[in-house]
Structure formats: structure tokens, C-alpha cells
Ligand binder design. Structure first.
Ligand code: NAP
Length: 282
């Protein structure tokens, strides 16, 4: 039995069906099964990691995909998994750890990686860079204004498709070949934000306006438009500053492990074009 944390999130939504297709039995975690749309072949369990009875949650689990928001729960999860007799932990981390970034999210991942390595079971660490799915943050302004607002100085980024992360995680969770390995995972090319918007424009069949704005305006937008709390906005910009010099770096790991090139942003844009179109009538 493979236990998937974060089963309803960007990576988990791709990973659960990939594992099931590979023939694995999957237990999927969510705080709200009524709202979650999890592949019906999975065994869905309800718990909140803030309050969960970890020994009960991990009972009978062989392998665990360790993905949490902020990574703070992970040392306790890793230790409870070891006590429950799990044999392999696959942790979703970030390239920030590879680059030694000092922002709080990266530091929490570095600590959680260490806890996973020391817990006892075999381990594999997956360190993706920024996800293509992060561009869903543009949904609202594209739908409402046909525009994308980007903080000035946004770096070119080797965005990775979550299905590539899920495909590598599936290999790691269903074979023993990747025990003890740490992998940096990115897409195959670094694209400027302006180029990403142009690619999305092509997929939508209309030109989206690309607008750079100062950080102060971007901060106000996050608070006003998306209701982000001040700490979340600070955390976002701390991570952004720390990763700015590294986001363009392309790692060949996805191609080496999967035997095919990484999925492209153009493909991602075509897959998701409909979501950006509705209800814009321009
Ligand atoms: N986005 C990026 O570019 C990027 C890059 C590198 C690394 N990462 C790392 O990727 C991870 C996020 O992955 P994601 O984007 O796939 O997740 P996501 O889409 O943000 O979804 C969060 C998941 O965590 C679950 N969750 C949140 N709080 C929980 C709690 N208290 N108890 C139990 N489950 C909880 C949610 O489940 P329910 O809501 O169903 O309960 C959901 O499945 C983070 O560790 C982040 O640092 C992200």
C-alpha cells in the first residue's frame, strides 16, 4: 500500500492515477473527502496533519509519498512511518535545497529532507523547480482583463510539468532502483515570463497583454485581489528573491529517468487553454 499525502494537490492529482495505472494500491489523504475528487480506485482517508493520529494514519502502509504545505509536518510523518514499518519514503522537496537558498520554505524542506533520510526506511528525494501549474495564478486576470501582471525582474524559469514529477515519483515508489537518490527536476528549457505569456496566447488564439509592475503593486494585488495574508505575501517574495538566480537552470534528470524529453510549456498551455478562456468573451 502506497500512502499519498497531498493527494488532491497539483502533484498528487497527477500521481494518484499514475500509481494506480502502474498497478499499485493507493491510500490517498485529504482533509475533506466530500470536496476532493480523487480517483475512485484509491482508498481515500480523511485527516488533517495539524491534528492527525499519525500511528493510526500510517498503519499498514509500505511506502509514503511525503508532500506537505511548508514541510513542517514531515519530520513527525517520517518518524511515524518508520515506526509503522514503512520501507520507503519519497519526499517532494524543492531545487531551492540544491542551491542552498536561505528562504524559510527552502529551509523547512532542507530540515524535512534530513528527517526523511534519518528516519530509517529507504528514501528518495525529489526536488522540483517551479511548476507550470503555478501559472494558474494568472487565471483570474486573463479571464477578467485578458492580461497578466508580473512583478518587475521576474526571472526566466525552467518550469516543470507536474505529470513529469508524478512520473518520476511513480518510478521511485514502485521500484527499488531509486533508493538513496536525490533528483533535481525541471522542464527542458528556461522561458522568460513574457515568452510564457506569448505561448499561452498562441494556445488561446488571442493575444494576452503582458504587464510588468513594481513589487509594491504586485503585493497590493495579492492582498486586494486574492486576499493573501501579509506573511504569505512576504514568504512569496522571500522565495522569489532567493530563487531568482537559479530558476533558469535546466537539469537533465527527467529525460534521463523517463527516457523521453520533459513535457513542454506549449503542451501545458494547449491542455489548459479552455480553463483560461472561460468566461472571457473579448
Ligand atoms: N509550486 C511550486 O512551484 C513548487 C516548486 C517546488 C516545490 N514545491 C512544493 O510542493 C509542495 C506543494 O505541492 P502541490 O503544489 O502539489 O500542493 P497544493 O496544490 O498546494 O495542494 C496542497 C495539498 O496539501 C494538502 N494539505 C494541505 N494542508 C493539509 C493538512 N493540514 N493536512 C493534510 N493535508 C493537507 C491538501 O489536501 P486537502 O486540501 O485535500 O486536504 C492538498 O492535497 C510544497 O511542499 C511546495 O513547497 C512547490
Amino acid at each position: 500500500m502506497i500512502f499519498v499525502l497531498g493527494a488532491t494537490g497539483k502533484v498528487g492529482r497527477a500521481l494518484v492515477p499514475a500509481l494506480l495505472d502502474a498497478g499499485a494500491a493507493v491510500r490517498a489523504l485529504t482533509r475533506d473527502p466530500a470536496k476532493a475528487r480523487i480517483d475512485p480506485r484509491a482508498d481515500v482517508v480523511q485527516a488533517d496533519l495539524d491534528t492527525a493520529d499519525l500511528p493510526a494514519l500510517l498503519d499498514g502502509v509500505d511506502r509514503v509519498f511525503v508532500l506537505t504545505q511548508g514541510a513542517h509536518h514531515e519530520p513527525a510523518v517520517a518518524q511515524a512511518a518508520a515506526r509503522a514499518g514503512a520501507t520507503h519514503l519519497v519526499k517532494l522537496s524543492t531545487t531551492g535545497v540544491h542551491f542552498g537558498q536561505p528562504d524559510p520554505i527552502t529551509l523547512a524542506h532542507a530540515e524535512a529532507e534530513q528527517a526523511v533520510r534519518e528516519a530509517g526506511p529507504a528514501w528518495t528525494i525529489l526536488r522540483p523547480g517551479a511548476f507550470m501549474d503555478n501559472r494558474f495564478a494568472w487565471l483570474r486576470t486573463i479571464r477578467e482583463e485578458n492580461a497578466v501582471y508580473v512583478p518587475e525582474g521576474d526571472p526566466a524559469s525552467a518550469l516543470v510539468h507536474v505529470r513529469d514529477i508524478a512520473a518520476v515519483a511513480t518510478l521511485a515508489l514502485t521500484t527499488s532502483a531509486h533508493e538513496g537518490a536525490t533528483y533535481q527536476l525541471t522542464g527542458g528549457e528556461a522561458l522568460t515570463t513574457e515568452r510564457q505569456v506569448a505561448i499561452l496566447s498562441d494556445a488561446l488564439g488571442r493575444e494576452i497583454e503582458y504587464v510588468e509592475e513594481p513589487e509594491s503593486a504586485a503585493r497590493q494585488r495579492m492582498t486586494r485581489m486574492y486576499g493573501w495574508p501579509a506573511e504569505a505575501v512576504d514568504g512569496f517574495f522571500a522565495l522569489k528573491r532567493a530563487s531568482a538566480d537559479h530558476e533558469h537552470v535546466v537539469f537533465g534528470t527527467v529525460e534521463r529517468l523517463l527516457g523521453r524529453p520533459p513535457l513542454t510549456f506549449a503542451g501545458w498551455a494547449r491542455e489548459n487553454a479552455a480553463a483560461f478562456t472561460y468566461p472571457y468573451r473579448g
